[in-house]
Write a protein that binds this ligand. Sequence first.
Ligand SMILES: C[S@@+](CC[C@H](N)C(=O)[O-])C[C@H]1O[C@@H](n2cnc3c(N)ncnc32)[C@H](O)[C@@H]1O
Length: 249
Amino acid sequence: MDPLKARVRLGYSRSWVVRKYSLIGLWPSEVHLTRKFFAPGSRLLDIGCGAGRTSIPLAQAGHEIVAVDLATPMVAQTHALAEFAGCRVRGVAADAAILPFPANTFDGVLFSYNGIELVPREAGKRAVLSEVFRTLRPGGHFIFTTHALEAFNRYAWDRLQRVLDQLGRMLTFRSIADEEFGEIIPDPSRNVEVYYMQINSPRKYRRMLRSTGFGLRYFNSRSRIDALKPPGWLADFDGDFKFYVAQKP
Ligand SMILES: C[S@@+](CC[C@H](N)C(=O)[O-])C[C@H]1O[C@@H](n2cnc3c(N)ncnc32)[C@H](O)[C@@H]1O
C-alpha cells in the first residue's frame, strides 16, 4: 500500500478517533441533498463511512446501504452502532480507489466529511472518481464535500503561506517532486487525527469530475445550503465546506 495511504489508515484506526466519529446523524445540508438526489429506497454506497454517522440514518430512512472504509476498526464500529440502532448496514473494509463491486451497482454514492481529501495525490483522487463512476448506474448521483484552497476562514493565512512556500520552491527550481500543491503531511510522531490531507480548489475538482465523465449537477457551500441560499460563485470562497453533486450520464 502507498505509504501515505497507510498513514491515513493508521490515523483512522486508533480508538480515540473511532470514538470521535461515533456521533451519528446527518448534517442538515446532507439531509437536504440526500433527499433531493437519492430517490427513496436507493441502493447506496457510503465511502469513508467512518463509524456510520451517515450510513445509519440513511439506512433508517429506507435506503439499502453498503458502507466502505479503509480503516477496519471504523467498519467494525459501523456494524456495532447499526446493530444498536436496529438497522442493517453492510460494512466492507476497502479502499475507495479499488472498489470490490461490479460496474453499475449503486443508485447513489456518498463520500462525506471531506474524506476524498485524505486520498493521497491527484492521481489517487482521480482513481477514486473513476471507481465511483464505474460502480454508479447511469443517471446515479455522487455527493461529496471538500474544503477549498481559496476559502476565507481562520486557516486562510496558513494555507496562503504554504502556497507561497511551494511557489517559491518552484520558482527557485528546488524540488517539489515529493509534495503536491495543497498537501498537509504532519509529523507521524504527533498524535493527531489527520496524517495526510490535500486541500484543492473547487475548480480542480470540477476539472477532475469533467474529465472522469461526470456532469456537475449542483455545487454550494454547507452554510449556504443551511441558510437556503442558492448556488453561486460566492460559494467557492466562503469559509465553509463545499458540496458537489455529480451525475453519471
Ligand atoms: C473525516 S472521516 C469521516 C467519516 C464519516 N464519513 C463521517 O462523516 O463521520 C474520513 C473517513 O474516510 C476514510 N478513508 C480515508 N481514505 C479512504 C479510502 N481511500 N478509502 C476508503 N475510506 C477512506 C477514513 O478511514 C475515515 O474513516
